[in-house]
Design a protein around this ligand. Sequence first.
Ligand SMILES: [Zn+2]
Length: 438
Amino acid sequence: MTRGGPTAWIFLAIIASAARRVAGDTTCPANPEPRGCNAPLMFSKMRKSSTLPTVVASTGITQDFKDKLNEGHQVLINFAGGASPTTAYILEGGGADAAYADFKTKHCEQTTFNGHCGADALITQAKNFESSYMKGNGGVECVCGHKRETSSGLYYILDSSATARSVGEIAIHEMCHVTQTSRGEYMPTWLMEGGAVHTECLLMKKLSWSTQTYEDCFRSSGGGGGIIPNFRSYYASSYGSANGLQKGESRECGDFVGDSDTTATIEAGAPNNAGHLYYDTGAVAVAWAINKGGITSKQFWQSNVLGEGFWNTIVPWDGHNYATGYPGQCPEDKGWKASLKNITGHATMAAFYTEFDAWARTASVADVVAILESQSAIDTQTAGVFDLSTATEGTDHDPCAAKNVPPPPPPALSSSPEIGPSLAFLVVSSLTYAVLMN
Ligand SMILES: [Zn+2]
């Protein structure tokens, strides 16, 4: 349900600068430059919070849409905790320019970097009814050779088929991405998207208008046709059977595929939808890991104890190359791999994938249902409000204290001898930075 619109792109021009790294410095990544699409983002400055995102709406958005958007955000915050500052932009389709004026002002205030703001492209998209739901650009800054997020932006661009309820349900998924990224670490796509779909199923029944159970969500929702059918169709395909879950670590973005394959290649061998890998198989894999580890979904999302919790035990691995990095390059004992393997008990991620894939290739609907926690267990786990005492936040991880900071860039390209190191501040180029996480 959250992949209903075309691939959405936002562009933020940034300036990469070359300068000596000093305490408290603001140097950008320089190896040589972040690539233009879904480059590693390992650090966050977001603070843990139970505050709802600030909603900025175009003029045609009704109070009912805003209320249900807030409700979706709230149930996720109640369960997994939120992060601030976050702004949620909701734009009607087909509006006049004036309808989006407030959006343009506030979006540019939040995201403009080096004078560039991507609001006009989003407004054009909305005016053309190009539906899109995503966590997109927020604020970003450069610190000690790293980039980090300083504020989050959620984008709900509606077409004429959107309802307040459908938007409220999608809001669980998108708010989940805010919480996920606020923990830091460059996560594999299947853990991001599968994790967000998993929370949809955990929390759908908490919405005032929904009675959908955890199991029903797996059987018939979480994507077109249902998580379980889509997962099974992936493993029934030639591509899915041969390649399994690991190809879901990276997702094609701006011609960069990391250690995965292009969407065209995946869909040539898995003839439905590459989303069945990232979203549906990802969600099943999250449930499988929880079951394998003998933990609860609540522990997975709330605990800060290694071996029980995932999101609040993450220590970002800081060694990715911003131009060429992909999540699979994380060392086995670092970052997401360490947190996940401590839960499941696997010695290596290869062992994790081997066992999961072997199970998945033959898993029946009943086999998947059998690993799901009972509805009474889910009801108990989602009854309260997470007090955030065991939640981590972006500022727990300091990019300036990072162990694997890339080496300082070379001196200014100029050979002019009168330009000393202290003046080696060189604008390399502006480049586009895109976030794709729908
Ligand atoms: Zn998503």
